[in-house]
Design a protein around this ligand. Structure first.
Ligand SMILES: C[S@@+](CC[C@H](N)C(=O)[O-])C[C@H]1O[C@@H](n2cnc3c(N)ncnc32)[C@H](O)[C@@H]1O
Length: 221
């Protein structure tokens, strides 16, 4: 597929709104310097998440998958001064880079990074009664997306917005025989999401500087 038009239009949108400032550009550079893979959301996707966070008046956000803190910064910038974003990250080295970027963005008063397996951190969040969150962004390893969604529901209230990234995977979700566990993980999640009566949900396809993919968006009833 020729994706050059999608990339050019994504750049056009980015140039128009000029939202990726020096801190966000520096975050990407710090990730590159540290050898962290560039599997972050694109700038326009980050802005889209920020718009969603503002739309739901988020004061408390949970992110599953921090990487170098790029999407964290987009999201946390939507918070009020007394807001809170908790982000979960498996890799200590990534969390260290994310922490520096969050400090650089002046967001350390509102962002907490919890290092470890997301599944364990989620159980701790529930045990400590740290929910409900106003918005939850699922963007970690794909095989347990269904379980992350189930935890997200437990940490939600009516009106909570749950967003899950990378659920289309260049259309590979259409292939029932795909042996990629990331694809089967999101296929399973998409089915569970569609059948779940506790949420109103859909998936939007995403194109641009990143590969063709999709974001699931669900509101808890
Ligand atoms: C796609 S990246 C996150 C990108 C980030 N949200 C952004 O857009 O800037 C996925 C992240 O999830 C982390 N991860 C993978 N498995 C995990 C697990 N079991 N628990 C917590 N984090 C995990 C990875 O280390 C990686 O940093």
């Amino acid at each position: 597929m020729d994706t050059s038009l999608f990339e050019s239009v994504d750049q056009y949108i980015g140039n128009l709104f000029e939202d990726e400032d020096a801190v966000l550009k520096g975050t990407l550079k710090s990730m590159e310097d540290a050898g962290i893979p560039g599997i972050n959301v694109s700038a326009n996707q980050g802005k889209f998440l920020q718009v969603l966070a503002r739309l739901c008046g988020a004061k408390k956000i949970l992110e599953i998958g921090a990487l170098g803190g790029y999407s964290t910064i987009w999201l946390a910038r939507a918070l009020p001064a007394d807001g809170l974003l908790i982000t979960l990250e498996l890799e200590q080295a990534y969390a260290d880079v994310a922490r520096l970027n969050i400090i650089e963005a002046g967001l350390d008063p509102v962002v907490e990074i919890k290092v470890g397996k997301a599944m364990e951190s989620l159980a701790t969040l529930e045990a400590n009664d740290e929910g409900p969150f106003d918005m939850i962004f699922i963007d970690a390893d794909k095989p347990p997306y269904t379980e992350y969604f189930e935890w997200a529901l437990k940490l939600s209230r009516p009106g909570t917005l749950i967003v899950a990234d990378n659920v289309i995977r260049e259309g590979k979700v259409l292939d029932d025989n795909c042996d990629d566990e990331r694809v089967s993980g999101v296929q399973r999640f998409n089915k569970v999401l569609a059948a779940n009566q506790q949420v109103t949900a859909t998936i939007i396809q995403t194109v641009g500087t990143k590969e063709h993919d999709g974001m699931a968006i669900a509101v808890v009833k």
